[in-house]
Design a protein around this ligand. Structure first.
Ligand code: HEM
Ligand code: HEM
Length: 176
């Protein structure tokens, strides 16, 4: 299997980025909602640290994925079934990337404005001063961006179902 994309199919690395992100995200979103419901304890701090480490890993993964995307050709639509189809797919993909960045960056800024030092894996960093108002704003963004992600992923999967069962296109072959 080729590492690079072709104009009809994603390459090995793009496929790996897609499915690793998918698997990590289906664990990370419910994990986040579970975390906020826990009472304050050492175990909760431990779980929050795992949530943050996984979240920062998703941030790097998405960054590398985008760099890789721009170094590769974009697999084209196999067949256009209605006007604007390619545009809708591109907007959905763009918003998926944007939302993943919104979630990870807002999570990071929430913690930094709380006055905490974060482990960015390759280095540690913290702000000099806290700002609880901004910390809360970024936390709200963190929550709403998660709901937006759920909506976009639902649309994304519905589109795959329509292509597969209604347009009778083996669209999954592009990414598997
Ligand atoms: C967390 C869940 C998911 C996210 C965030 C996600 C994200 C994305 C993104 C950003 C792309 C565009 C890749 C690019 O060109 O840069 C894409 C393509 C694709 N995804 Fe997903 N995806 C998810 C789940 C799924 C699932 C569950 C399926 C299958 C049921 C799927 C099937 C596809 C297919 C077939 C494409 C290629 C579409 C095309 O090029 O026409 N994805 N996905
Ligand atoms: C794509 C990656 C991530 C996803 C899907 C995600 C998801 C979530 C979700 C669903 C919640 C629960 C929100 C609520 O209902 O109150 C949450 C909470 C939280 N997230 Fe994330 N998150 C991600 C990355 C990050 C990152 C990178 C950080 C920080 C560096 C972070 C820090 C937090 C914090 C501090 C909480 C609240 C815990 C608490 O104080 O109760 N998250 N996250």
């Amino acid at each position: 299997m080729r590492i690079f994309n072709s104009i009809s199919e994603y390459g090995l690395l793009a496929k790996l980025f897609h499915w690793v992100t998918f698997i990590v995200l289906i664990a990370q979103v419910p994990f986040g909602f579970y975390l906020v419901g826990l009472e304050f304890s050492d175990e909760r701090i431990e779980l929050e640290n795992i949530h943050i480490l996984v979240g920062i890993t998703i941030f790097y993964l998405t960054l590398f994925r985008l760099i890789w995307k721009f170094l590769n050709p974009r697999p084209k639509e196999w067949k256009s079934h209605f006007k604007g189809q390619a545009l809708i797919a591109s907007v959905n993909h763009f918003l998926l990337y944007l939302t993943i960045f919104a979630i990870t960056v807002s999570g990071i800024l929430k913690k930094l404005y709380m006055g905490e030092t974060l482990n960015f894996i390759f280095f540690k960093y913290g702000f000099e001063k806290d700002n609880f108002v901004l910390a809360d704003t970024f936390y709200q963004i963190h929550i709403y961006a998660n709901y937006l992600l759920l909506a976009l992923v639902t649309l994304h999967i519905l589109a795959v179902i329509v292509h597969h069962f209604i347009f009778k296109e083996k669209i999954l072959k592009k990414i598997t």
